[in-house]
Design a protein around this ligand. Structure first.
Ligand code: NDP
Length: 281
């Protein structure tokens, strides 16, 4: 049997840890598959996907999609899952003849990391989501489905947070009983949260967010979606009272595991893979 082929499309993409993660998943579960990083030209994502599907060597079964192509992948998909529709972005494609199914596993990845690796069940919690870009949008529905007590969204450009809160509160059923609102950074003092998620890209430039340290309730979890180094957000959280701090590497591994499950119907164990990624060398 020819080997099933997968890849991750991005620009840049050489830094991507997805090939290593999926190689570890495949070895662990005994799946015969290859997974490569594909650098797509900024103006040539659809062509790059088409070329990948036409290559010989084995059937192309699927792909992950990263920055900046998630919205284009959404448009390229002729069918989409509900969570991809809600996110407005696709990070997982499944190919079958002419059919391209678009999915988004980022939110499930975050929720799995919170519940299974960090022992933080969002149910009944007061959650503050910082940021209103693609990553924030992708995690709102999966978080709401966990029935937190409240989900407040703060963003530098306030109207984006206002729009997101309004849009998701209109979705049928999912936000029943959940206080879903936007809040300005300047209104945050006096509010404390059990789970504070930084979904901004401030970590890339190590910019300091204009949020007071009082947002971190004693015993809360500060979750930084960025990974690779300690950010200003993580440093600030550590000055709070008994605040636990996590980076987004667990989310990365968990979203990959969810994609692997979508493609192969097998859920790999993530703990050994996360440990391998965290071990030096
Ligand atoms: P976007 O570019 O779509 O959104 C960026 C967001 O950050 C916007 O809300 C923007 O606010 C805000 N922002 C940027 N700079 C600042 C600043 N200096 N102060 C305050 N707010 C700021 O990015 P994404 O949503 O795609 O990604 C966000 C982060 O999530 C990145 O760090 C990315 O690496 C990470 N991520 C991690 C994943 C994982 O698996 N761990 C998966 C996906 C993303 P404004 O609207 O005002 O511009």
């Amino acid at each position: 049997m020819p080997t099933d082929r997968y890849g991750v499309f991005g620009n840049p993409v050489s830094h991507s840890r997805s090939p290593r993660i999926h190689a570890l998943f495949a070895a662990q579960t005994g799946q015969d598959m290859s997974y490569e990083a594909v650098l797509a030209p900024l103006d040539g994502f659809a062509d790059a996907v088409a070329n990948f599907r036409e290559e010989t060597g084995g059937p192309a079964r699927g792909a992950n999609v990263t920055v900046p192509f998630k919205e284009e992948a959404f448009r390229l998909s002729n069918r989409r899952t509900a969570r991809a529709e809600a996110a407005g972005a696709v990070n997982t494609l499944s190919f079958d003849d002419d059919d391209i199914l678009g999915d988004n596993t980022d939110g499930a990845g975050l929720v799995h990391d919170l519940k299974n690796n960090l022992g933080c069940d969002p149910a009944g919690r007061r959650i503050l989501l910082l940021g209103a870009g693609g990553a924030a949008r992708g995690v709102i529905l999966p978080l709401l489905l966990e029935h937190p007590a409240e989900l407040l969204i703060a963003n530098r450009t306030e109207e984006r947070a206002v729009r997101l809160a309004l849009e998701f509160s209109r979705l049928p059923d999912c936000a029943v009983g959940v206080k879903l609102e936007s809040i300005g950074y300047d209104e945050l003092s006096g509010h404390a949260f059990d789970l504070i998620i930084n979904a901004t890209s401030a970590g890339l430039s190590d910019a300091v967010l204009p949020a007071p340290t009082s947002i971190f309730a004693p015993g809360s979890l500060a979750y930084e979606m960025f990974y690779g180094r300690e950010t200003s957000f993580m440093k600030q959280a550590r000055t709070g009272n008994n605040v636990r701090v996590a980076d987004g590497l667990g989310m990365l591994v968990e979203q990959a595991a969810e994609a692997f499950f979508v493609w192969r119907g097998i859920r790999p164990r993530t703990a050994p893979v996360l440990a391998a990624l965290r071990s030096p060398g």
